[in-house]
Design a protein around this ligand. Structure first.
Ligand code: COA
Length: 151
């Protein structure tokens, strides 16, 4: 992951004050912000994620990718600049996975569900995106997402 950018619109991109004069740099412009990485993201070998980029839950950054833009949930990106190669699942399944949010489970439940977590996605979603799932979200902001995913 790559930290902040140096200004590119001055005569130099070097921090002359701090590097050569022991003084604070006059550059205090807001950068593009930090990098946010969602849950269950797989980051391949030798990748570079630039400042301000958000990698959505379930995203995959392919080997050697340079990621310059946000990665949507469950998208696989590759290349330089990184482009979406494909989504891991259908939009419907992605919507349901973002409601299930298995990464919020406690360790015991993750262990109990290990075979489903690592098995076919349809069986996992059928098991966990149920009327009870939606009922449990009643009155929360996530209920809206759940109903959208169901539509
Ligand atoms: C990104 C990745 C997960 C995609 O795997 P996949 O879904 O099986 O993709 P495929 O091999 O079927 O390739 C699909 C397309 O994406 C391209 N592609 C695959 N990986 C790519 C990468 N890292 N960068 C750029 N393009 C890539 C392929 O060339 C192919 O292009 P085409 O459709 O034009 O022929 C995998 O290639 C990868 O990079 N894995 C990371 C490996 C790693 O770093 N492991 C470290 C140990 S954890």
């Amino acid at each position: 992951m790559c930290s902040g950018n140096h200004p590119t619109d001055c005569a130099t991109t070097s921090y002359v004050h701090s590097n050569m004069m022991g003084k604070a740099s006059p550059w205090d412009r807001p950068g593009k912000g930090g990098i946010k990485v969602g849950n269950d993201v797989w980051i391949g070998r030798r990748t570079l994620i630039l400042p301000g980029v958000n990698v959505g839950h379930g995203g995959v950054v392919g080997a050697q990718a340079t990621v310059t833009k946000d990665v949507p949930p469950y998208a696989i990106v590759g290349g330089n600049p990184g482009k979406i190669i494909r989504l891991r699942f259908s939009e419907e399944i992605i919507g349901k996975m973002l409601v299930i949010r298995w990464w919020d489970w406690d360790d015991e439940k993750i262990k109990q569900e290990a075979d489903f977590l690592t098995g076919p996605i349809d069986a996992f979603v059928a098991r966990h995106f149920t009327p009870q799932t939606i009922r449990a979200l009643h009155g929360t902001a996530r209920e809206v997402e759940a109903r959208k995913a169901l539509a």
